[in-house]
Ligand binder design. Sequence first.
Ligand code: G4P
Length: 537
Amino acid sequence: MPAPPLKPDLEHDVARRRTFAIISHPDAGKTTLTEKLLLFGGAIQLAGAVKARRASRHATSDWMDVEKQRGISVTSSVMQFEYAGHTINLLDTPGHEDFSEDTYRVLTAVDAAVMVIDAAKGVEAQTIKLLEVCRLRNTPIITFVNKLDREVRPPVKLLEEIEGTLRLDCAPITWPIGMGKSFRGVYHLLTERLLRFQAGEERRTEAEVVEGLDNPRLDELYPDQVAELRSDVELIRDASPPFEIDRFLAGRQSPVFFGSGINNFGVQEILQALIDWAPPPQPRDGGRPVHPAEGPFTGFVFKIQANMDPKHRDRIAFFRICSGRYRPGMKVRHLRLGRDLKLGNALTFMANERVSSEDAVAGDIIGIHNHGQLQIGDTLTEGEVLQFKGIPYFAPELFRAARPRDPMKSKQLQKGLQELGEEGAIQVLVARQGAQMLLGAVGRLQFEIVAHRLAGEYGVDAVYDAVDIFTARWLTFPDDATRRKFERDEAASLARDVDDNPVFLAANKYNLKLTLERWPTVGFRETREHGEKLAAA
Ligand code: G4P
């Protein structure tokens, strides 16, 4: 079937979209930067609103108990705002140490990412993990080196660390003058202008234009620091290749900005980089490349959030539109279930409220009320048979066996886990021998959330026992005979996932290695696509 023609009105609207996430290690300043971006974008009026909103959500929702107890934010949401003629979709990733599969999946729905680095700490563990996920799709990365108002590491060393640890070439766009108490601002290497730092200033408009590195005004302003600035810039210009948009768009080079989020410094430059350089929605692989400006509506579910409104016990499916236009009341095809679905009143998530979506195009995220019919990875279209790819399950690294405290409740436990598994809150595996229910997670917090929800929504108080499992691998077989032999010989290590796919459970690293060697023709996969069926070939 030939691809549908592109529509000029859509091309125009899509070109104005920027959909991105902020990635960082906890405490690097993601929340602060989010808030400042919203503030500069005019989406909120007061600094502190994002934190306050989180706090009030904590107060009103019992689902947030886990967050409250742990003092962290586990939910991620979407914030849409307008800036300089563009519609910006900022997808929040959960910001805690114990991150979960949710974090990964949010990154499948964005076209770019802003990476925040704490300049005192450098590249930290979680940043490395998140960047690996970005790399799966070559997501373009803009880097914000934060907290220059503190005593931090030398900027040149920070760049070396980013390049070395993350294997990402850096192209500094601004260069700091001093740090900590003597932080004076940045020199913009492309516009050749000085941007002066004043702590806490809400909106920075330069009272005076200071242009050019040789400008004697720099000597007047910063007699003690100008020599270092000049030599740094010379060094940087010699050592790093200039910013190249194509390399940025290929995910190979990152423009780097220095600033201080809490002091509103450097934030405007990030917004400008998003508008000028970050890509608008790109074609997505749905079995064929689906262009965002094609007329028919398509997209996929990348996240399901339960109980956003505790009064309604609702579940919202977060849906990334890949092409076409959403219209209230439209009928769509649910490909996995093979039936039609009416999209009644989808939601748009504004910075501080959720409203009925009237008009949304590729790049936008809409929230669809979900009564169990939608799972992560589900594709909706206006009839064409498509399946968007790139929304993986990752092999769990943490395991628990679940059993109800009251044996009479085992049916409820099964039902609850089946639903939570389908929703993607946790991976549920059933051991082939003994039919034990195993929970697999990427982050420890997933267990807490599942326990909390099983108790609250399904009335099951369960016990979660530690088990001796190191990791899991999805299996593919070259033929039926090999599958049968494997199932017989390795029966004690076999399980099935929620979609009935065969899974190998390795007790330890050594066991995994030996099994791999013993079965050279069997595939042991670390990821699987949502909705994928791994039957014998
Ligand atoms: P996160 O979402 O990445 O976890 O980080 P968050 O923005 O909450 O920031 C973590 C801490 O770093 C906060 O301090 C925040 O105020 C501080 N911070 C953020 N940006 C800057 C900056 O540019 N300079 C300096 N000096 N500090 C910054 P906190 O004490 O943990 O919280 P709070 O009491 O300030 O809210």
